[in-house]
Design a protein around this ligand. Structure first.
Ligand SMILES: Cc1ncc(COP(=O)(O)O)c(C=O)c1O
Length: 330
């Protein structure tokens, strides 16, 4: 099996993703993906023992440049996820950002793209444990085809599947095995005719979408679940919080959110690296904000898209140039 076990099928674009790019980075080498194999017996295949990230790169035609979005923050979070596993990443953050840029250049990526760094227990160890099992670090790239942005909004349902509590599967660590629950929740929602699931935690508080964080507006107040409510501490979540302060002049309230607040709020959105910001237009059939994307939600999406491509002068510190940094002459 190849390194692309979690990628969409290679033949046709699915859900905004194209075919995986040919070269991957594995333990110090840039290799063709078909040569980057893991063993059938790899510990992670049975137990989900590993951590991963998802990083966006955005292409700007006018600049003839590709920009990584918040790569440093993603690798810092990956280091924290590894620490939860009792492991240490084999590379420092700066080095990982440089490797990511090099991989994009070697693949000749001149479109939006999604990077998938993965750090797993990859040797043939049958016992269920973490310590002393040899690891593998890899990064793969998948181009994003067209606009992965959903402007029409999504219809959500509250899932019957809960987010795992911190002392079962810590949500703030982006662990491979943690995504079984969200996968069940997403498929349940789709089978019931919805686009996406909203997951409560074991205390019954609103946690997040299956692969996204959640924000709501009630009147003038913006709210998001607290990091102690079994959510992933999203990088886009932090950006949205900062942008909302810039727009409204007041901080976002981080607190536990009750299920019924989903039914009475004035604006609701999901956010994450791939789609940036997605308006939620209904929950369990009840329209949110008249059933259309909210004004602030649309503004946030425009802002993040502009920042990701460096279309304006703001927040350049959130992006890293991929091609210019290599040549140093533009
Ligand atoms: C469970 C979960 N929550 C939230 C997010 C959003 O996080 P980020 O903005 O860092 O992509 C993701 C995406 O990685 C996720 O998988």
């Amino acid at each position: 099996m190849t390194a692309h076990t979690t990628s969409p099928p290679a033949a046709s674009p699915v859900g905004g993703f194209g075919s995986p790019s040919p070269l991957v980075f594995v333990d110090g080498a840039y290799l063709p993906a078909e040569d980057a194999r893991v063993s059938t017996h790899a510990n992670v295949l049975s137990y989900g023992t590993g951590t991963f990230e998802g990083i966006r790169a955005s292409w700007n035609d006018d600049h003839d440049e590709l920009y990584l979005l918040e790569a440093t923050a993603h690798y810092e979070r990956m280091a924290r996820s590894a620490r939860v596993l009792g492991l240490e990443l084999p590379y420092g953050t700066e080095e990982l950002v440089a490797i990511s840029a090099e991989l994009l250049r070697r693949n000749g990526i001149r479109s939006d793209a999604y990077l998938r760094p993965l750090y797993v227990l990859a040797s043939d160890e049958l016992p269920v444990r973490v310590e002393g099992v040899p690891t593998r670090f890899q990064i793969a790239v998948t181009p994003i085809v067209g606009d992965y942005i959903d402007l029409t909004g999504v219809r959500c349902t509250v899932s019957s599947w809960r987010r795992a509590p911190d002392n079962v599967l810590p949500g703030r660590a982006k662990l491979c095995g943690s995504y079984v629950g969200p996968a069940l929740a997403k498929s349940e929602a789709v089978a019931r005719g919805y686009d996406e699931a909203l997951m409560l935690n074991s205390a019954g508080h609103v946690a997040e979408g299956t692969t996204s964080n959640l924000f709501m507006r009630r009147g003038d107040e913006w709210l998001t679940p607290a990091v102690t409510d079994d959510i992933l501490e999203g990088i886009t979540r932090a950006q949205v919080m900062e942008l909302l302060v810039e727009r409204t002049g007041r901080p976002v309230t981080e607190r536990s959110i009750q299920r019924s607040e989903l039914y009475v709020c004035d604006e609701l959105l999901l956010c994450g690296t791939a789609a940036l910001v997605v308006p939620v237009v209904s929950v369990d059939g009840r329209p949110v904000g008249g059933g259309r994307a909210g004004q602030v939600t649309r503004w946030l999406l425009d802002e993040l898209r502009a920042i990701a491509r460096r279309l304006d002068d703001r927040h350049h510190d959130w992006t890293t140039q991929v091609y210019t940094s290599a040549k140093g002459d533009r």
